[in-house]
Write a protein that binds this ligand. Structure first.
Ligand SMILES: C[S@@+](CC[C@H](N)C(=O)[O-])C[C@H]1O[C@@H](n2cnc3c(N)ncnc32)[C@H](O)[C@@H]1O
Length: 262
């Protein structure tokens, strides 16, 4: 099916192209998209409406989508466009050895355990956090066979970057120099993580609110840092309950970031 711009529109029902006629440009009310986005991902733009609006105008214009109304119809019907919007609107800022004391705490806890431990990093974004955990565990003498590290994120572009393991200077600033030399190869201005570390983790696209996430497995430790800051209070509580259900032992901690206040 082709829309009135002659562009192929996947999964778009003809009844949803309003009156089958060109729609006048209308980028006025971003609220329905904001509500839909929150319902799907948990991410709220409640106090950032003008930022959201200007981002959405760019998103629509680049794709020749003439109105927010039309955008919402397409996002609901086209999984590729939906993923593009998710990739565009989620914030993936991360860096190695961020709030490292929590990772150190995890390492100390694992030192006292003899069996293989399952660790979930949700969200893992571009990989810096989960790879920091892998490096810290190996540095503590905990062999690769003793941990299973699973990382998830809703943003597929972030996960692809994580899988590439290629980072900029600003991502690696916190790593002690000897570890940088040991685990990265510098090529021109980029830092390439060595395969040994990349092979320590399993990365998967997941939305923490999806039904598949609820059955992703059971974990000894969960890291959930710097995601709840994008959720409102009710959604934070909902996310916490989902994560608690993935813990093998409810007495073990879920590590949240300092900004993820409930
Ligand atoms: C700022 S990053 C945090 C990365 C890492 N945990 C850290 O602290 O450095 C926030 C991540 O949350 C992800 N995210 C937001 N909503 C999500 C959801 N519903 N399910 C899974 N990931 C989500 C975003 O895609 C983004 O990569």
């Amino acid at each position: 099916m082709f829309n009135f711009f002659g562009k192929k529109s996947t999964n778009l029902k003809s009844s949803e192209i309003i009156n089958n006629a060109p729609i006048a440009e209308d980028y006025n009310d971003a609220t329905p998209i904001a509500l839909h986005f929150k319902q799907e991902t948990g991410v709220t733009f409640e106090n950032q409406h003008s930022i959201l609006k200007s981002k959405l105008i760019s998103f629509c214009k680049i794709r020749h989508i003439p109105s927010f109304k039309q955008c919402l119809v397409q996002v609901k019907n086209d999984p590729i466009l939906k993923q593009e919007l998710i990739n565009y609107l989620t914030t993936n800022e991360s860096y190695f050895y961020r709030e490292f004391h929590q990772i150190q705490d995890l390492v100390n806890a694992i030192r006292a355990i003899e069996h293989t431990v399952d660790i979930l990093c949700a969200p893992s974004s571009t990989g810096e956090e989960i790879y920091s955990i892998a490096i810290a565990l190996l540095e503590a003498g905990i062999p690769k066979s003793q941990f299973n590290l699973v990382g998830i994120d809703i943003n597929t572009e972030a996960l692809n970057l994580a899988k590439s393991g290629i980072y900029n200077q600003r991502n690696i600033n916190n790593i002690p120099g000897h570890l940088l030399n040991k685990y990265f190869i510098k090529k021109e201005f980029k830092y390439h993580l060595i395969d040994e570390i990349k092979q320590c983790v399993h990365l998967k696209t997941e939305n923490i609110f999806s039904s598949s996430f609820k059955t992703i497995g059971q974990f000894d430790f969960i890291f959930c840092r710097n995601m709840l800051i994008y959720f409102d209070k009710d959604t934070k509580i909902q996310a916490k309950s989902i994560l608690d259900n993935l813990l093998k032992d409810r007495n073990k901690p879920v590590y949240y970031g300092h900004a993820d206040l409930f």
